[in-house]
Design a protein around this ligand. Sequence first.
Ligand code: CP3
Length: 331
Amino acid sequence: MTRLLDTLALRPTDRRPIWVMRQAGRYLPEYLELRSRHAFQDAIRDPKVASEITLQPIRRFGFDGAVIFADIMTPLEAMGVDVTFDPGPRLTPMSLAEIADLPDLDPDRIAHVAETLRLVRREVPEDVTVIGFAGAPTTLLAYLLEGSGSKEYLVLRRAMHEETPELEAAIAKLATSMHAYLGMQIEAGAQVVQLFDSWAGTLPRSILEERVFPAARDTLSDLEAPTIYFAPGAGHALGSMRDVGASGYGVDWRIPIDEAWDQLGPAVAVQGNLDPAVLLTSPDRVHAAVRALIERTAGRPGHIVNLGHGIDRRTPLENVAALVAAVKESS
Ligand code: CP3
């Protein structure tokens, strides 16, 4: 058992586990060096390169979790969708009916992710937990309908209000396919899987409860590893989020983590929730923020330290080192 697995099972540990969303990325000079020789999608498709990028932050900082280098859009390729990146995802917008008609995900077309996981699992120290992930149905639906990220997600929000049979079928297609994708990752060595629902927070609570959380629940049900659900900006629906049935929940930086935990309920773990902007300050500030965070969850197992969203590319390395040191000094 690793610290991260124990924490998700609400078992006491010597200290909290720490990893950071987007830890394998552009704030790291060794990542930028590799990326100068490999385009983003080529890096994902080459298990040697992808596993190396996954391991870079583990070697430099000693995080407790290694999150596999890929994107939430990667598995859509195995459903016949063409995606490019600039730097975010770009694709030809699709209708709900077209999404519902996509072929089911073909694991053979995405075997490189499984191979990356096997390589990472072989290479990481025993106390480091390998983390797989997928995009949640609603968030993938947002990209497929809109064709890219968006400020308001009006196409998504309109579709959600229209309540058509095509909407239901499109969501079911994505839930089934991502369930299979996560199962493949677990079989290949992922010890924990996280479901990213990055744009769910744009939706009203009623729709989250009726559509979004059930779709996430279907995606995560009956997997043979603990699960984490992360829906930043969905603080207005924490009280019903546990219906997703995950082992743990990511909490964004907007709400004190203990308040979020009270709303989520005592039977689940929490992950978060330092403001990524804290990592743009100084090592002293980072230490103080970690101490304050840990105080809020004191006396109760089940807290994974992380940021409230992805790490910013302008983050100074010394502040990341300070974050890990501050967590490792605590008990
Ligand atoms: O940020 C989130 O909300 C997490 C979920 C998410 C990921 N990708 C996970 C991820 C989302 C919403 C995306 C879409 C996406 N893909 C964006 C967001 C902005 C937009 O325009 O919609 C971007 C910029 C990409 C492209 C991308 N993905 C790059 C350039 C990278 C490299 C690393 C970096 O951030 O510099 C990624 C990797 C990525 N995306 C990972 C994950 C979990 C890799 C593993 C890790 O977390 O380190």
